[in-house]
Design a protein around this ligand. Structure first.
Ligand code: NAP
Length: 639
């Protein structure tokens, strides 16, 4: 209901910008490319060989609102988590800037929703192309600000760009429905319409992909966005803005003349410090011009945002924390299970929401698995700076993250766990931790019921399938789960019983743009990616249509006029085609009787009252003859 109101009330003239120096440009045709001011001075520093030589245009430090780069009154520092060096000072947006961004996004929505799906599709495709064109630079930004090994950062940029590509295709596949109602001459048409402005809040562990997974779907649907990236990783979000405006077209002169760019105000980025995150988050999530909150991050923060959403009844997508179980049954292939365990546990140094959090290994295969897992860790994992060739394990995002892993290891050891390998901070620096394998782990230890988000693999030994499923399902979250088995019956059973949104069966890597990503229980609400992802940004609306000429015999031109006419117009002429001649007969007969009655009453006034009474009964009789049974039934139903 609220959304309908906003859609109707979209009026650019009523929304003046409150942002200093920001005059939002009129968008007569709906598609106006953003202005292209010269890039500001890049202040990024970092690891030698890391950001050196990077295009200055990509290293943005201002907020991006209404198609313009805008400084804020204050700035905050962003650090390289590997070296601790300051990378640059970024605009620290507050409530005022957040509100201005929402207004810019809302104003842009009024024209963006009118842009044809084909045009939206082609703009998203161009954005994808530009990401691919600049993938090396974008990957280096991710490594610089998050510490992720460069090879993985390259993987993230591809994954991130694929969401734009995927949703550029899905933009043209938003279909409605036709519903056959109980009334023979009536149909309901279901439309899917963009929700409106989406507030998008993202974490640091996938600084690029967590944005495009939401923004690709939102823009494809016809929504506009205000993105608040994590304090630790704002550069990737700002570089995406740079790329989507087509600033980098000079890399490809062939495109330069024709490229339009995503229109101003459709994609807005308001970086802010952790100090401001609470109030900025509240400002964008409670603003009445925002219709949707899309969040990826911890369950704790997700619950705060759900409160904001509840007060103003907004649609939500919540991609929250996980506690993924990794189960190895006796029938599993050990080598395959170890390869899956390495991939699912140590990607991004254990800092993904789908990283395995606890390993449940059946008694018969336990020792062989633990031995092979420890060997694989020693052989394949190399801790180092993400820019160094061969590094597989970068730093954790900050010292707090290291403290959490350290606390979990100490807690487990104090309760009887055994360190197989690793177990302490790494000599490389305060943000590094050794890849660690623990066995003899029990359910009373912190690491089995608290998301680790670090390079710690705790192994619990179990006896029966029921026991493993009970341990896995004891969690109050349920994002991903993995298991290894070669028993087909067991595969079906366990896949169906695990209380998670995504299951890897003999597979440790499950994320793909084609598949629905999301969790159950306290891991969140909604799905991202896949053909379902775009629905998160669409509202259903139905038209109830009645025909004046009979639905079944409608020609195609009649159908199109029905679709474009309002329901009210259709309802006002609700007789079926078969009743039309009868109505004419009714009208002619009524007129003749009235003329007859009037002439009689003029001739003989004394009999006039009797005559008029007689006319009334005759008219009622004729009407009952000419009105169809369906029409009578409908009159009864509607009354
Ligand atoms: P987080 O602390 O919840 O932060 C996520 C985002 O929310 C950041 O931008 C953060 O800003 C912001 N934020 C924090 N408090 C806020 C508030 N009160 N109001 C509005 N915004 C607020 O999560 P994180 O530690 O960065 O990320 C790790 C978590 O994300 C893990 O639990 C992980 O499982 C989850 N995650 C889930 C998925 C998924 O798809 N399900 C994917 C990736 C990560 P600041 O950075 O300024 O604090």
């Amino acid at each position: 209901m609220a959304t309908c109101f906003w859609l109707r009330s979209c009026g650019a003239q009523r929304l003046g910008s409150t942002f200093p120096g920001c005059r939002l440009r009129p968008r007569a045709g709906g598609l106006v490319p953003a202005s292209r001011p010269a890039p500001g001075p890049a202040q990024l520093r970092g690891y030698a060989g890391g950001l050196a030589g990077l295009s200055a245009a990509l290293l943005r430090t201002d907020s991006f609102v209404g198609g313009r780069w805008l400084p804020a009154a204050a700035t905050f520092p962003v650090q390289d988590p590997a070296s601790g060096a300051a990378l640059g000072m970024v605009a620290d947006c507050g409530v005022r800037e957040a509100r201005a961004a929402v207004r810019a996004a809302y104003e842009a929505f009024c024209s963006w929703r009118e842009v044809s799906a084909k045009e939206r599709s082609s703009l998203l495709r161009k954005w994808y192309n530009l990401m691919i064109q600049n993938k090396d630079d974008l990957a280096r930004i991710i490594t610089a600000e998050s510490g992720k090994p460069l090879k993985e950062a390259h993987g993230e940029i591809l994954y991130s760009a694929f969401f734009l590509e995927w949703f550029s295709e899905e933009a043209r596949r938003v279909y409605g429905d036709i519903i056959y109602t109980p009334a023979k001459d009536r149909r309901a048409l279901v439309l899917k319409q963009p929700i409106g402005v989406a507030a998008v809040i993202t974490p640091w562990n996938f600084p690029s992909a967590m944005i495009t997974r939401k923004v690709g779907a939102a823009l494809a649907a016809g929504c506009t966005v205000v993105v608040k990236p994590a304090e630790d990783t704002p550069f990737s979000a700002l570089a995406l803005a740079e790329v989507n405006q087509g600033f980098l077209l000079d890399l490809d002169p062939l495109l330069l003349a024709s490229q339009a760019g995503i229109p101003s105000g459709v994609y807005n980025v308001i970086p802010c410090s952790r100090k401001n995150a609470k109030e900025v988050g509240e400002a964008i999530c409670t603003d009445h011009l925002v219709s949707k909150i899309s969040f990826t991050g911890s369950t704790t923060t997700g619950k705060i945002l759900l409160h904001h959403a509840a007060n103003s009844v907004k649609r939500v997508s919540m991609e929250l924390g996980g506690l993924a179980p990794f189960i190895v049954f006796d029938s599993a292939n050990v080598d395959q299970a170890v390869a899956g365990a390495m991939a699912s546990k140590f990607r991004n140094t254990g800092q993904t929401c789908v990283c395995s959090n606890q390993f449940l290994v059946q008694r018969g295969i336990h020792d062989a698995f633990v031995k092979a897992f420890a060997e694989a860790m020693k052989k394949n994992l190399r801790v180092g700076n993400g820019f160094e060739e061969g590094t597989t394990q970068g730093p954790l995002i900050n010292e707090k993250a290291v403290e959490k892993v350290e606390k979990q290891v100490n807690d487990a050891v104090s309760k009887g766990a055994t360190i197989v390998t690793g177990g302490k901070r790494h000599q490389l620096g305060k943000n590094f931790f050794e890849p660690t394998l623990l066995c003899n782990v029990t359910q009373d230890m912190l690491c089995t019921h608290e998301e680790t988000f670090g390079p710690l693999a705790p192994v619990i030994k179990f006896n029966t399938e029921e026991e493993a499923i009970a341990i896995a399902n004891a969690a109050d979250v349920g994002l991903a789960g993995y298991f290894y088995s070669q028993d087909p019956a067991q595969i079906w059973r366990v896949a169906e019983q695990l209380e998670v949104g995504m299951v890897g069966v003999n597979e440790g890597l499950i994320s793909s743009v084609e598949c629905p990503f999301g969790g159950v229980k306290q891991s969140g609400l909604g799905r991202e990616g896949s053909k379902y992802g775009i629905d998160e940004y669409l509202e259903l609306k139905f038209f109830f249509l009645a025909s004046s000429s009979g639905m079944c015999s409608c020609s195609s031109s009649n159908n199109s006029s029905l679709v474009s006419s309002s329901g009210t117009t259709c309802r006002s002429s609700s007789m079926s085609s078969s009743s039309t001649p009868r109505l004419k007969l009714f009208a002619v007969s009524t007129t003749a009787l009235l003329v007859f009655a009037t002439s009689l009453s003029l001739a003989n006034p004394l009999k006039s009252r009797m005559n008029l009474l007689s006319v009334f009964f005759q008219m009622s009789f004729i009407r009952s003859l000419v009105t169809s049974p369906q029409a009578q039934a409908r009159v009864l139903m509607e009354s």
